[in-house]
Write a protein that binds this ligand. Structure first.
Ligand SMILES: NC(=O)C1=CN([C@@H]2O[C@H](COP(=O)(O)OP(=O)(O)OC[C@H]3O[C@@H](n4cnc5c(N)ncnc54)[C@H](O)[C@@H]3O)[C@@H](O)[C@H]2O)C=CC1
Ligand SMILES: O=C(O)C(=O)COP(=O)(O)O
Length: 389
């Protein structure tokens, strides 16, 4: 039985992919008895992992809640589900862009104050509506920072409703570029996007390099009255700089899916409780993808959509399969194959993939491998984790 601990509520569709006969998926497991974890936004940074932990599947995109370096050092494969919740976020970004521009939250609050005015309500509505006049999106310029799964969908949808779109992503892949609407203008420099945009939306991961991505120097380059949307992560925007920019009239409104004690009640902040991916469709897509990836890895050794290990797609096999995560350094494969040969085992098939400092070797063997041989392979310097499937 493989124990998979759920660290968040996950769509029950996972049970279709992790059948009860083989997988014990529960939130009641101890960390120490878990072979793998499936998680949404729960903070895993303080967790200790035993050497039996094989993988962590993030049913979602952002992995800043997972200690990636620690997992890599321990040979724990971390997966995410790229694109699985992108449509959910895109729709909320569009809705909030309209809500912010047309002053809907303020108007909604105000109209409720008319309660108790009886037949006067329609007249009072017409009299008071002028205070909530807000601009249309058509013809305005939207700056999209980060053209990944979500940023591209937002850019394409905004083009379709008549906005001018400027995109900025210095790391854009060619495959992704093919999917961007021809109407999206490419900003060579971030400054160009900051200077020209009426709305700016963030769709980049939060990491050591992107923390405080928008702070005083960036705000100072923006147009007066810009509306900023942050459906990526709270730490991307420096709050003190944001409040100064609101005070000076530079920023008209800040829409965030990641409120904190400071931003929560600010009158120019439209705060949403991290709802971007909270749709049945996105939750199900993420759960399916996370469960499938986890199962494939556990059963065949295949690694797809990992954020810390090399991709390695291998068909299932009836033979004994050995998977070895190891350092990507000279003569690792040589030492491993020599050790196997010393036990007079023949390698029928083999794959070796690397990513940065880490490599992954998968072998199909003609015969069973002994516990002694596995122990000796594990002791080779640079070998991180050995599994027999
Ligand atoms: N509010 C919510 O519920 C959700 C929030 N998210 C957040 O949105 C982020 C983006 O999600 P996806 O689009 O699915 O990820 P993705 O990985 O498909 O796209 C991220 C893009 O950001 C780009 N990028 C990275 N650093 C950059 C930089 N310094 N400047 C410009 N571009 C940069 C990358 O090249 C990539 O194209 C996630 O990391 C997560 O934090 C994701 C899903 C749901
Ligand atoms: O996928 C992401 O990065 C998200 O922010 C969604 O988080 P959630 O799964 O809704 O806790």
């Amino acid at each position: 039985m493989v124990n998979i601990k759920k660290l968040n509520k996950i769509s029950p569709v996972i049970y279709d992919f992790l059948p009860k006969e083989k997988y014990n998926v529960s939130s009641h497991l101890e960390d120490s008895e878990s072979d793998a974890f499936i998680v949404r936004s729960a903070d895993c940074h303080g967790m200790e992992f035993t050497e039996d932990v094989l993988a962590i599947a993030r049913a979602g995109a952002g992995t800043n809640n997972i200690p990636i370096d620690k997992c890599t050092d321990q040979g724990i494969v971390v997966f995410n589900t790229p694109g699985a919740n992108a449509n959910g976020v895109k729709e909320l970004v569009l809705g909030c862009m309209i809500a912010a521009s047309r002053n809907l939250p303020e108007a909604y609050d105000w109209v409720k104050t008319l309660s108790g005015q009886g037949d006067e309500v329609p007249k009072l509505v017409e009299k008071g509506k002028g205070q909530f006049v807000g601009g249309e999106l058509k013809g305005k310029t939207l700056g999209v920072i980060g053209l990944g799964a979500i940023g591209i969908m937002v850019a394409n949808a905004a083009s379709a409703i008549g906005m001018n779109v400027i995109g900025y992503d210095p790391f854009l892949s060619v495959d992704k570029a093919w999917t961007i609407s021809m109407y999206t203008h490419k900003a060579e420099k971030l400054d160009e996007l900051l200077e020209k945009s009426d709305f700016i939306t963030l769709h980049i991961p939060q990491n050591d390099k992107t923390k405080g991505f928008l702070s005083t120097p960036e705000f100072s380059k923006m147009k007066d009255g810009v509306i900023i949307l942050n459906f990526a992560r709270g730490g991307l925007v420096k709050t003190t700089s944001l409040f100064d920019a609101i005070e000076s009239g530079k920023v008209k409104k800040y829409v965030t899916d990641f409120p904190d004690a400071d931003t929560l009640c600010h009158p120019n902040v439209l705060a949403i409780p991290h709802l971007g991916a909270s749709t049945p469709e996105s939750e199900e897509n993420c759960a399916v993808m996370a469960a499938q990836q986890l199962r494939d890895f556990i059963e065949t050794g295949s690694i797809v959509n990992s954020v810390n290990m090399p991709e390695c797609i291998i068909p299932p096999s009836d033979t004994v399969r050995l998977t070895i995560l190891h350092k990507n350094s000279p003569n690792m494969v040589g030492q491993i194959t020599n050790k196997i040969a010393s036990y007079e085992l023949n390698i029928a098939d083999m794959a070796n993939k690397s990513r940065g400092d880490i490599a992954y070797t998968v072998m199909n063997l003609d015969h069973e491998i002994s516990a002694d041989a596995i122990a000796e392979l594990s002791q080779i310097e640079g070998v991180i984790k050995v599994r027999v499937l």
